[in-house]
Design a protein around this ligand. Structure first.
Ligand code: PLP
Length: 328
């Protein structure tokens, strides 16, 4: 697809056409939105990051005095963001997303599966609750799980992760079940300005073309590594939905994704700095495997010995050999 970097397009007969100013819409952005919207079965909107999508969702879907029920142990940046927005009168409570949702909340915010604890939400309980339902499905992608088919009103993605898929594009997406929500949040995005640039949208669009093959392969490799890690004497615990999480098995189809975490005995920092093939870096969802201890970012929210691993497209035995030597 040719990339159009214009910020303006000429009016036709004195009237703005589909594209007139790129803060509202641009061709690569619209194409990426259509591609993801088709995959999710809804109306998609592109943002400059996952955090920008989260901010716009929070500002647009609830207001001062209203309460968000956020999945406990979900991406820690989301709780930091909602804490920031408390200054503007927004409230939030955290709850165990595998159980009942608190009463008297206005928006439920789940993560499927959560990062870095890999819990899978009780979608039935959340969908039966009168509050609106947003699901951050960054870690599962529409290849494995489509929340709108299970009662969600909005799906959120950090497109920086699997949708882009190559650790070279920072972007976010919201996908709406209802046209009305889409129109309103699109208006808010146009006024506040957090749309991704055309170059980024083009990279996301290119990433979407290989999303299915990447996610299926990453899921296969991750399941095999999770099974081997469970058996390793230095590994106390592996968190991965493919290891007997019945709820995840009910909702996810064709695999459990490329994200996992595991707790080690001894010095976790020494493990993360000893890998050679797997890069010691943050983020997830790319073709190259990365791992890191999360304690450095999240503090006491996570065990000090928890290592998060995002599995890429490398050979499974090469990845295992790397983990084994790092754990030796
Ligand atoms: N949601 C989840 C589950 C994430 O893991 C992240 C980032 O790590 C975000 C949202 C925020 O996305 P971004 O880093 O693209 O702003």
């Amino acid at each position: 697809m040719a990339l159009d970097r214009s910020t303006i397009w000429p009016y036709r007969d004195g009237e703005p056409g589909e594209f007139f100013y790129s803060r509202y819409d641009h061709p690569a952005g619209v194409q990426a939105e259509r591609a993801l919207g088709d995959l999710e079965g809804g109306h998609a909107l592109l943002f400059s990051s996952g955090a920008a999508a989260s901010t716009t969702a929070a500002l647009g879907l609830v207001g001062p005095g209203q309460t968000i029920a956020l999945a406990e142990g979900a991406y820690y940046g989301t709780s930091l963001l909602l804490r920031e927005l408390e200054r503007w009168g927004l409230r939030f409570v955290e709850f165990d997303q595998t159980g009942a949702v608190p009463d008297d909340v206005d928006l439920i915010w789940l993560e499927a599966p959560s990062n870095p604890f890999l819990t899978f939400p009780d979608m039935e309980a959340a969908a039966a609750h009168p509050a609106r339902l947003l699901v951050d499905a960054t870690a599962s992608t529409p290849v494995l799980f489509r929340p709108l088919e299970h009662g969600a009103d909005v799906v959120l993605h950090s497109a920086t992760k699997y949708l882009g898929g190559h650790h070279d594009a920072l972007a976010g997406m919201l996908v709406f079940a209802e046209q009305e929500d889409y129109e309103r949040i699109k208006g808010l995005r146009g006024r506040t300005g957090p749309v991704a640039a055309p170059d980024t949208a083009w990279l996301v669009l290119r990433g979407l073309k290989t999303l299915e093959v990447r996610v299926r392969r990453q899921s296969e490799t991750a399941l095999e590594l999770a099974r081997r890690l469970v058996e390793h004497p230095r590994v106390e615990r592996v968190r991965y939905p493919g290891l007997g999480d019945d709820r995840a098995a009910r909702y996810m189809s064709g695999g459990f994704g490329g994200l996992m975490s595991f707790d080690v005995t001894g010095d976790a920092r020494a493990v993360e700095t000893s890998t050679r093939l797997i890069t010691n870096a943050t983020s997830l969802g790319g073709v190259d495997s990365v791992l890191e201890t999360r304690y450095r970012w999240e503090g006491d929210r996570v065990p000090e010995n928890l290592i998060r691993l995002s599995v890429g497209l490398e050979d499974v035995d090469a990845l295992w050999a790397d983990l084994e030597q790092a754990l030796a």
